[in-house]
Design a protein around this ligand. Structure first.
Ligand code: FES
Length: 171
């Protein structure tokens, strides 16, 4: 027996065709994994949450339950978006409905320093307990340190439902 043949097995070499197939397969797999990670990451970073559109207006009250001429405090769930974080939180508004079904929804904070005001039935005014600002039923300042009328939400009436939107910055 030839001693040289016992000590060395011939090396297994891949044919050029098989090697190129494995290289292409590895690159293809890496590309597929990269795309699978990049597409959701790109969508997350480039597109705002869908709730931003849907959260603009929320159904807040049944208008048939709101008395005419007397403000009613209502509460509703609203979606808040902080960057990419979407949270649902309780919000309130003072709603005033007129005889001709015109509706105003006031933000619940006093325009002085943000205290919660309330409707005072004996005086027919909104009254803030913190520094005694008073507002008329249409939100105008009657007295006190409040520098401007009550803030209003944008509203939509859909049938008998009241939908409340963001603060009306043009009011
Ligand atoms: S916070 Fe309402 S009067 Fe000051």
């Amino acid at each position: 027996m030839d001693p040289e043949n016992l000590s060395h097995e011939p090396a297994v070499e891949l044919s050029p065709t098989r090697r190129s197939f494995y290289i292409k397969f590895i690159y293809g797999a890496m590309t597929a994994i990269g795309a699978a990670l990049a597409v959701p990451a790109g969508i997350y970073l480039l597109f705002p949450p869908k709730a931003r559109k849907e959260g603009d207006y929320v159904e807040a009250a049944d208008l048939s339950r709101i008395p005419v001429g007397t403000p009613e405090e209502i509460s509703f769930q609203r979606t808040r978006i902080d960057g990419w974080k979407v949270t649902s939180e309780k919000a309130t508004a003072w709603v005033v409905k007129t005889a001709d079904n015109q509706v105003t929804a006031f933000a619940p904070q006093c325009t002085h320093l943000g205290c919660a005001y309330h409707w005072d039935q004996p005086t027919n005014n909104f009254v803030c307990p913190c520094h005694t600002s008073a507002f008329s039923v249409d939100g105008k300042v009657l007295s006190g340190p409040a520098p401007r009328p009550l803030d209003k939400y944008m509203v939509k009436i859909q049938g008998n439902k009241l939908a409340i939107g963001p603060l009306d910055t043009h009011a």
